[in-house]
Ligand binder design. Structure first.
Ligand SMILES: *[C@@H]1O[C@H](CO)[C@@H](O)[C@H](O)[C@H]1NC(C)=O
Ligand SMILES: *[C@@H]1O[C@H](CO)[C@@H](O)[C@H](O)[C@H]1NC(C)=O
Ligand SMILES: *[C@@H]1O[C@H](CO)[C@@H](O)[C@H](O)[C@H]1NC(C)=O
Length: 327
C-alpha cells in the first residue's frame, strides 16, 4: 500500500542571497579586506562509538555544532553501526564516513509520523559522503530511511536501504552521485527536485507485488519538482517485478536518461495508480536507455520517448541549479 499523508509545501529558504550580495558589495569597495569575505575554516567534529572522538553518537555531535551560519561543520564518523535516529536541523552540516559499508546509521521503525525516519534532513546545505542509511522495519509497512526536506542537499557514495518508501525526497533541490538505493515499492518518493547521477537502484519487490521504483508527487503544473536519473542502473530480483514509477500527485515528473534497465523493469514501464485522469498530466520519459527493461515499444502510450532537446533540461546539474551550489 502507498504511504499517503499531507506534505507541507512551505517554500525552501536559503540565505545565500544575502551573503552573495555582501560579497558583491565588498568586491565593489576597494577598502574591503579579502579576509572579510573568505570562508571561515570548517569546524571538524569526530564521532567514535568507542569514545576516542569528540562524541559517541552522531546526534550529540550535531547538537554540539554551532547553530548559526558562521562556519561549515564537518562531522567525521568513524566506522561502526550507529543505532540511533538522527535529525539535522542546522544548515551547513557535512557528515562523512570512511566507507558506506563500514559506517551505518540504522533504526527500525515504520512510518508513524515525520519523526519516524532513521535520518531527517531539515536544513539547507547538507552534504553526506560514504554512509549507509537504513531502516530495518521490513516488508509489512512503509519505513523511511532518510527524509530530505532541506534545500541544496548532496549525497556522494551513500547507500539507502529499506523496503517500502526508503528515500523520502520531500522538498528542495538535491543531488545524489554514486549512491545505492534499495527498496520494493515507491522507494524514491516525495516532491523534491532531484538529480540522481550514476546511481544504482535495486528493487527487492517480488514479481506480482506491485513494485515501483519511484512515486514522485508534484501536485500542479507550476511546481518545479521532479526526479531525473542520469547514467544510472536499475536491477531487481527477477523479470518484470517493477515499474519505473507511478504518480503520487497528478503532475508527477520523472525522467530516466542514459540508464541501464535490467529485465526487472516491466515492459509497460509506468502505471497511473488507478486514476486514468493522471495519464494526461504526468510527465514520464526516458532518453537513450539500454538493457532488456528499457525497450519503449511496450510502454504505456502516455509515457514519452524523449528527443535530445526534450531531455536536455533534465540531464545536467542545471536540473537542480547545481552550478550555483554544488561544490
Ligand atoms: C555562532 O555560534 C558559535 C558557537 O555556538 C558562537 O561562538 C558564535 O559567537 C556565533 N556567532 C554568531 C555570529 O552568532
Ligand atoms: C555555510 O558556510 C559558509 C562558510 O563555510 C558560509 O559562508 C555560508 O553562509 C553558510 N551557509 C549557511 C546557509 O549557513
Ligand atoms: C523491528 O521491529 C519489529 C517490531 O516493531 C520487530 O518485529 C522486528 O524483528 C525488528 N527488526 C529488526 C531487524 O530488528
Amino acid at each position: 500500500m502507498p504511504l499517503l499523508y499531507g506534505v507541507n509545501h512551505a517554500p525552501c529558504r536559503g540565505n545565500r542571497a544575502t551573503s552573495f550580495a555582501l560579497l558583491c558589495s565588498c568586491l565593489a569597495i576597494s577598502s574591503c579586506f579579502v579576509s572579510s569575505v573568505s570562508m571561515p575554516s570548517p569546524v571538524v567534529i569526530t564521532v567514535d562509538q568507542s569514545g576516542n572522538g569528540d562524541h559517541r553518537t552522531i546526534q550529540d555531535a550535531i547538537d554540539a555544532a554551532p547553530a548559526n551560519d558562521s562556519a561549515a561543520v564537518v562531522i567525521r564518523i568513524r566506522p561502526g553501526v550507529y543505532r540511533e535516529k538522527v535529525v539535522v536541523d542546522k544548515p551547513n552540516v557535512t557528515l562523512t564516513g570512511t566507507s558506506a559499508s563500514s559506517t551505518v546509521i540504522t533504526w527500525n521503525e515504520s512510518w508513524v509520523s515525520d519523526q519516524s525516519p532513521t535520518v531527517s534532513l531539515l536544513a539547507s546545505d547538507f552534504v553526506a559522503k560514504r554512509l549507509t542509511f537504513q531502516n530495518t522495519f521490513g516488508n509489512t509497512a512503509p519505513a523511511v530511511a532518510v527524509r530530505v526536506a532541506g534545500d541544496r542537499v548532496a549525497f556522494y557514495g551513500c547507500r539507502f536501504v529499506s523496503f517500502q518508501d526508503t528515500l523520502l525526497d520531500e522538498r528542495g533541490r538535491h543531488y545524489y552521485r554514486g549512491c545505492y538505493v534499495q527498496g520494493a515499492t515507491d522507494f524514491i518518493f516525495g516532491n523534491g527536485r532531484a538529480l540522481f547521477d550514476k546511481c544504482h537502484l535495486h528493487s527487492t519487490s517480488p514479481a506480482g507485488a506491485g513494485g515501483a521504483f519511484t512515486a514522485q508527487q508534484r501536485s500542479s503544473e507550476s511546481e518545479d519538482t521532479g526526479y531525473s536519473f542520469v547514467g544510472c542502473k536499475l536491477t531487481g530480483l527477477g523479470a518484470g517485478t517493477s515499474i519505473l514509477g507511478r504518480p503520487w500527485g497528478p503532475y508527477s515528473r520523472v525522467v530516466f536518461a542514459l540508464t541501464y534497465m535490467s529485465s526487472t523493469v516491466r515492459p509497460q514501464g509506468w502505471d497511473d495508480w488507478g486514476d486514468p485522469s493522471k495519464q494526461r498530466t504526468v510527465f514520464y520519459g526516458q532518453y537513450q536507455c539500454y538493457g532488456d527493461g528499457s525497450k519503449t515499444d511496450g510502454r504505456v502510450a502516455w509515457s514519452r520517448d524523449l528527443t535530445q532537446a526534450e531531455a536536455a533540461p533534465f540531464i545536467t546539474k542545471a536540473w537542480v541549479d547545481g552550478q550555483q551550489w554544488l561544490r
